[in-house]
Write a protein that binds this ligand. Sequence first.
Ligand code: IPE
Ligand code: IPE
Ligand code: MG
Length: 245
Amino acid sequence: MTVQATATLPQHIAIIMDGNGRWAQQRHLPRTVGHAKGSSGVRGLVEHCAKLGVKYLTLFAFSTENWNRPADEVSTLMGLFVQYLEKEMSSLAAAGVQLKVIGDVAGFAPELQTRIQAAEKATQHNQTITLVVAANYGGQWDVVQAVKNWQAAHPEASADQLTQAQLAQYLSTAGMPDVDLLIRTGGEQRISNFLLWQSAYAELYFTDVLWPDFDRVQLEKAIYWYGQRQRRFGLTSDQFLKAAV
Ligand code: IPE
Ligand code: IPE
Ligand code: MG
């Protein structure tokens, strides 16, 4: 089965990369080994999305709730993030990848913040695909920060004047299309405070495959499944079929 770049290709894929810990535990390895293995597969998937013509790939790397994990696991995850920016970014940049980090970046160590800014700046004009890394991200945080920033930009305005379209401009994903296909690996069927607003009409794909085992074939399987969905956006199926002709 191969996926062609067609009208049914999702423009924006978002992935909850879950199952690293269990992948390692099944092999009697420390959980951190699972994180390392999980992060090593990211580059290939980004390149494959770019090849297929997907324009936005958002990866959930670290949630606002993940700070509550054991300190050594949190520091491994931070270390991998730094390593990623150091080692993988130059090849991704060469492949035309634009990097954007969304989340409460101010919560990270200053060194990591500097690296994030540098990687974003170095890739800002790339156009093949936008890789969005959600780090210290929470969907509820995103909505609240958007309201605060809207209010700061319109100090005289009252909340009555706030529209959905305006608020969307203050979300961390401003300017990007909403999520078309939301994938979660690792068997759980929940959103875990990911892109709550932006996934309002996303097609949800849950797979038992653990993140370190999620490869190009698995990705194409998800995209193929997406291509079979009828996205009705509130219409009846008759209306949908008429609109499609
Ligand atoms: C996802 O894998 C990675 C992060 C949350 C950072 P997990 O670490 O949650 O793996 P499981 O769910 O424990 O297997
Ligand atoms: C979601 O995975 C967060 C990331 C993948 C970064 P979790 O493993 O933290 O989610 P829960 O706790 O099972 O809901
Ligand atoms: Mg998990």
